[in-house]
Design a protein around this ligand. Structure first.
Ligand SMILES: [Zn+2]
Ligand SMILES: [Zn+2]
Length: 408
């Protein structure tokens, strides 16, 4: 663990009216952040010897980060990013220094040594969007692993030895004794999966159940069929969560290995999106096995054909949750008449609210024995080998590649 040399608590910065105090840290050895500039150029390691924690801030030493699909898209140049920046937003770590009054999402004080995960976003808590319960879309939002490098917040991404976690972040203490590979993906993939199913179940209760409006004599409804498109970390997690909630899940992915994995995450049937309608591996056949038309479709791949499939296959009153479309892609045609006549709901889910992060952490802690969550992180690389790790993450194989800062 890094030694923190005599953390010095000094008075409020000159010119501020805040009554809070700043914590000045000199760290030896200095924390290192991997700075990304442009496609094709390797990361540069940058030392950050001093960190100033404002009230509510934390300094966390990263135990393990995982490479999210969006990191891969950014480094390929598939989508724009303000550079230079420190990528990475899925990680777990231990608190090494605490700013004045820093608290976890449940209001308890954060203490040095605590193991934590934290939200992808830093939110102000005061704007109209925060007030509407959408802190992930705060009008002043900052995102870990997404911001241009700036003086005073150099440690802004997970591909670093330490992350400077800022006030306004949802911090969730997590189990001390779990494998870090279970916990690192919680702050993006797992929490987004929870948010996707939360959005779906607001329209269609996943466990089926009886419609309250149907009266006391109504028969119990058959289990809901959930169609999941894309067997990445989000899709597989959705499969497990929906199965836990009593749904029957069909997972669609072109990769046979991913389909096999999906079956272990609860899918009662899997399908290849390229298979002919009458083929054994077709979506039609898989839905038949599962029990009919899906009332929930979660699109987690971002492929326009999969978005179309989610929209067209839903049964009456169904809901399509679009999660995967986080990079530019051709527009998808919408048959408005069909949406109207089937009473279909389309919801977009991007990132998540703090309650989803809490639920994601508890899901992993509770259910890692039931589902092969630990297998989602295959290879690991050292922080210095981040470029090789991203290359590996971009090729087929493991759902996530881990990045582990070297022991120092
Ligand atoms: Zn992500
Ligand atoms: Zn806000």
């Amino acid at each position: 663990m890094t030694t923190v040399d005599a953390p010095l608590v000094v008075g409020a910065a000159a010119g501020t009216v805040s009554a809070g105090s700043l914590v000045e840290l000199r760290l030896d050895p200095a924390p290192t952040a991997m700075v990304w500039t442009e496609p094709g150029r390797p990361h540069d390691a940058v030392a950050v010897p001093s960190v100033r924690l404002a009230p509510g801030d934390l300094l966390v030493e990263v135990e393990l980060a995982t490479i999210c699909g969006s990191d891969v898209h950014t480094t390929r140049g598939d989508r724009g990013a303000p550079t230079p920046l420190v990528l990475g937003h899925e990680q777990v770590g231990r608190v090494v220094a605490v700013g004045a009054g820093a608290v976890a999402v449940d209001g308890t004080p954060v203490v040095v040594g605590q193991r934590v995960v934290w939200s992808l976003t830093v939110s102000c808590g005061a704007c109209a969007t925060c007030g509407r319960g959408l802190p992930q879309k705060c009008e002043r939002v900052r995102k870990y692993g997404h911001e241009r490098l700036e003086t005073g917040w150099e440690l802004s991404g997970g591909f670093a030895t330490h992350v400077h976690v800022r006030a306004g972040t949802a911090v969730v203490p997590v189990a001390d004794d779990l494998d870090t590979a279970l916990l690192a993906p919680v702050s993006c993939g797992t929490a987004t999966a929870v948010a996707a199913l939360d959005a779906a179940s607001a329209i269609v209760p996943l466990g089926g159940g009886v419609d309250a409006d149907a009266g006391a004599g109504a028969a119990a409804v058959a289990p809901v069929v959930v169609l999941v498109l894309g067997a990445g970390l989000i899709g597989l997690t959705v499969a497990a969560l929906a199965t836990d909630a009593g749904a029957r899940v069909v997972v669609v992915d072109p990769d046979p290995a991913r389909r096999t994995l999906a079956a272990r995450f609860g899918a009662v049937a899997t399908a290849d999106p390229g298979a002919a309608p009458d083929a054994a591996e077709s979506i039609d056949r898989a839905l038949e096995v599962a029990g009919g038309a899906p009332l929930v479709a979660v699109e987690a791949s971002g492929a326009p054909s999969a978005v179309a499939s989610a929209l067209t296959r839903l049964g009456v009153g169904g809901v399509a949750v679009l999660v995967g479309s986080v990079f530019p892609a051709p527009a998808v045609a919408l048959d408005a008449e069909s949406v109207v006549r089937r009473l279909v709901t389309v919801r977009g889910v991007h990132n998540y609210a703090p309650r989803h992060l809490v639920e994601a952490a508890r899901f992993v802690e509770r259910r890692h024995g039931a589902w092969p969550l630990a297998e989602l992180v295959g290879d690991e690389v050292a922080l210095a080998d981040l470029d090789a790790g991203i290359e590996r993450a971009a090729s087929a194989g493991a759902v996530r590649v881990g990045v582990r800062p070297a022991r120092r």
